[in-house]
Design a binder for this molecule. Structure first.
Ligand code: ATP
Ligand code: LTN
Length: 327
């Protein structure tokens, strides 16, 4: 049986990179495999959060995932902190992980070097992520390339736990989106488009209005040639527009390039395609945002489904490691 699990943090704004690089694949996967998706709010706590803002971002992200096409009748969608087994198994995973291996996580090294306050949670973050995945006997974990090391660690922890205490966990495998699924920043096409403050000119947010999208794409950095062709090394800006246009219209970047001889029409058509791609998502989001009670209800249903699976795995792990049953 194939079971997919993935998570997304409720921080920042969801952008076109998240949508094309991850979320559209989640939507596809839900029809092919038993799929479980999680808004990982506990992971957001590794850096200090404003409480009201965190609550707001968590609901908005869930609404956005529903708007993009995750169907709670088909997949399981829930908020991490609603299923307490995540925190409990995370402790068992922290005690299974070695200090040295957590110290080698490049994301920890990068993030801790950059921030003034380094929480203990930032260090043990990968143990919580391992718990997320292992609780559901996930076989496949769709993630970006930056999460490769964390999924490797999850496999190591599962294997170590199984070897020490007997077969408990399924060993998961990471899956990565197809090459070319990486959306780059419109102003700096050699770095990936990333979450950022509202209004960043290089990032298209899924909830940007058509005017903002047009403006950002019109101002996208290209190059001094005039030829339209897909060549990431020589023409990163134009290639990024072609991959966006291709992804938004179900074509490869090379196919999308056919017929263009100037940058102006390429930009205009890319903007139009992105606006058309996002319009139904934005309309569904507006409906969901108008009825927060319905989102709460759907998340409660998701959490109940998730809890059933997670509690069973947690009970197995508790038993194997020798914790006395509560009776
Ligand atoms: P950021 O660095 O902007 O915070 P992120 O990768 O940390 O982005 P996540 O919430 O961790 O954001 O990402 C959710 C998913 O979106 C991940 O699977 C990630 O690989 C994918 N993703 C993020 N940015 C891009 C991008 N520019 N192109 C394609 N996929 C992306
Ligand atoms: N660490 C991931 C988010 C994440 C996740 C997970 C992804 C938390 N738990 C479990 C897949 C499976 C990130 O920063 N993108």
């Amino acid at each position: 049986m194939t079971r997919v699990f993935s998570g997304i943090k409720p921080t920042g704004n969801v952008h076109l990179g998240n949508l094309l690089g991850a979320l559209v694949h989640w939507v596809d996967d839900q029809h092919r495999a038993d799929s479980i998706y999680c808004v990982v709010d506990l992971h957001a706590l590794t850096v200090p959060q404003d409480p009201a803002e965190l609550r707001e971002t968590t609901v908005r992200l869930a609404q956005l995932l529903l708007a993009v096409g995750l169907d709670p009748e088909v997949c399981t969608l829930f908020v991490q902190s609603h299923v307490s087994a995540h925190s409990e198994l995370a402790w068992l995973m922290e005690c299974t992980a070695a200090f040295g291996e957590l110290s080698r996580m490049t994301q920890f090294k990068d993030k801790s070097a950059k921030s003034g306050f380094v929480s203990g949670g930032l260090f043990t973050y990968p143990a919580l992520m391992a718990a997320d995945i292992l609780l559901y006997d996930a076989t496949h974990v769709p993630v970006g390339d930056d999460q490769r090391q964390h999924v490797e660690l999850t496999r190591d922890l599962a294997e170590r736990f199984n070897a020490r205490y007997g077969a408990t966990f399924v060993i998961p495998e990471a899956t990565y989106p197809r090459a070319g699924a990486r959306v780059m920043d419109l102003q700096d096409p050699t770095s990936k488009m990333s979450k950022s403050e509202d209004g960043a000119p290089g990032t298209i947010l899924v909830l940007d209005d058509p005017k903002a999208i047009e403006k950002k794409i019109k101002r996208a950095v290209t190059d001094t040639e005039v030829e339209v062709r897909y060549d990431v090394a020589a023409k990163p800006g134009v290639s990024n527009l072609l991959s966006i246009l291709g992804a938004a219209t179900g074509r490869t970047p090379d196919e999308a390039a056919v017929g263009y001889t100037q940058y102006g029409p390429l930009k205009a058509d890319t903007a139009a395609a992105v606006i058309e791609l996002l319009a139904p998502v934005q309309a569904r989001f507006a409906e969901l945002a108008a009825d927060p009670g319905e989102t709460q209800r759907l998340l409660a249903v998701g959490a109940a489904k998730a809890r059933e699976l997670a509690d069973a795995t947690l009970a197995r792990a508790r038993d194997q490691i020798g914790l006395l049953p509560p009776g």
